[in-house]
Design a binder for this molecule. Structure first.
Ligand code: AMP
Length: 206
């Protein structure tokens, strides 16, 4: 099954994409992580966009993603998280592969900004926490799993988040209309487990 996950920053789409990929046994590809993990000469160019909350140019993004989708683990399907973000990227994706379903997790801007301002990640093991919502680390700034230092992403400051939300509403939301009956819409203000259950149920039904 080839799935796309949509939702504003902080909607929990990344968390859900990981859980659903485990349940369905298909790889989870976070395009943000893919770009952040790119090394070599490209890194400086990518960072110059990402640190300001700007989208990386479409051609560069699709080139990196296309390589990833050629991996053997994508043969039985995949979950794309954070791609496509605009109509141009959707067209580029359609030229590479056919998508089965799109999942949209909804959230208001206020809730999104609140959630992102608390988001921290372990420097060592990459476990994710939220200092304002959940899961909260037992000790502020310290990872429950490995005692590593919890750090904030450089683009998780309020200004960059506002810019990313604006881009989401302007460029990403319009592409959701094109999925029509393939679109599964879920309210993001619910417990994580409830959202997972709803996604799995709707995937079975449709
Ligand atoms: P995310 O981890 O999804 O919040 O993405 C972080 C940053 O990665 C974004 O602000 C962009 O700079 C870049 N990025 C992620 N996905 C894309 C995409 N589909 N197209 C272009 N840039 C992207």
């Amino acid at each position: 099954m080839k799935l796309l996950f949509f939702g504003p920053q902080g909607s929990g789409k990344g968390t859900q994409a990981v859980v659903i990929s485990q349940k369905l046994n298909i790889p989870h590809i976070s395009v943000g992580d893919l770009l952040r993990g790119t090394t070599g000469v490209l890194k400086i160019e990518l960072d110059s966009y990402m640190n300001q909350g700007k989208l990386v140019p479409d051609e560069l993004t699709i080139k990196i993603l296309k390589e990833r989708l050629l991996n053997n683990d994508c043969k039985k399907g995949f979950i794309l998280d954070g791609f496509p973000r605009n109509l141009n990227q959707l067209e580029m994706l359609k030229n590479i592969t056919a998508i089965d379903k799109a999942i949209e997790i909804t959230l208001t801007d206020d809730e999104s900004i609140k959630r992102i301002s608390g988001r921290v990640t372990c420097e060592k093991c990459k476990a994710g926490y939220n200092e304002l919502t959940s899961p909260k680390p037992q000790e502020p700034g310290v990872c429950d799993v490995c005692e590593g230092k919890l750090i904030r992403r450089s683009d998780d400051n309020p200004e960059a988040v506002k810019k990313r939300l604006h881009t989401y509403h302007q460029d990403t939301e319009p592409i959701l209309n094109s999925f029509k009956e393939k679109l599964i819409k879920i309210n993001g203000i619910q417990p994580i487990e409830k959202i997972t259950q709803e996604i799995l149920e709707k995937l079975k039904k449709k």
